[in-house]
Design a protein around this ligand. Sequence first.
Ligand code: ATP
Length: 260
Amino acid sequence: MSVAGINVLVEETRARTQAAKAPLLSVRGVSTYYGSIRALKGVDLDVSEGEIVALIGANGAGKSTLMMTIFGSPQARDGTITYAGRDITKLPTHEIARLNIAQSPEGRRIFPRMTVRENLQMGASVNGGRHFAEDLERVCTLFPRLKERIDQRGGTMSGGEQQMLAIARALMSRPRLLLLDEPSLGLAPLVVKQIFNAVKELNRTDGLTVFIVEQNAYHALKLAHRGYVMVTGTITMSGTGKALLDNPQVKAAYLEGGQH
Ligand code: ATP
């Protein structure tokens, strides 16, 4: 092989190694506004392939805004969001969804008049409905309750069942990155445990990358490999889930007072 050929090979290998090392999702200096209100103030955050990363913070800190900004609505006014090496900052939501990012939004937002099966079909339609039977089987194994309720209308299910459905619907598109917004909201502790166990299992067995936004700091940090703390639109702390759980400031602000 010529020297030029070897150089090309070396360059390609270097580029591949760098791509492998780069985080799957990278948020840099992101600011998002609602009119003149600056809800996110220069946020930096990374999620690597195969990681579970939690974002915790009080009511109104901007957690959901960050998740929605990653998903393209509202869009960041400043900063950059990179996913799998591609700048997605200004992409519309439907194009972001096609890049194998799926979101289970706050408040679940399932289709209430549709049955469980139809809701799952909607989730699968993002990738053209391929592998529907196989993926249906998979999410029903993960959440057996959905199998029992497969022909029930989504809107008549309990809060916990609707949350399972929202996550299952997101999974039907076979995401590489799952965005979970407040999955524990308003649910009984036992149901929260079931849902978090399911997420852990998906990460362990399929290597699914998860970015989870939670007010329930205890459960989120127990689940996550790494976490970030957000206060009024700014990241104030980050570290492993365990380090944050043990951190006195995190304990005082987010863990004492019966969250868990
Ligand atoms: P929670 O846990 O209560 O959902 P959060 O941390 O997710 O809180 P956001 O919902 O992102 O916080 O809200 C961040 C800030 O942006 C808040 O001050 C909120 O009032 C404001 N905000 C959110 N959505 C809108 C909107 N559509 N229009 C105007 N302001 C908004």
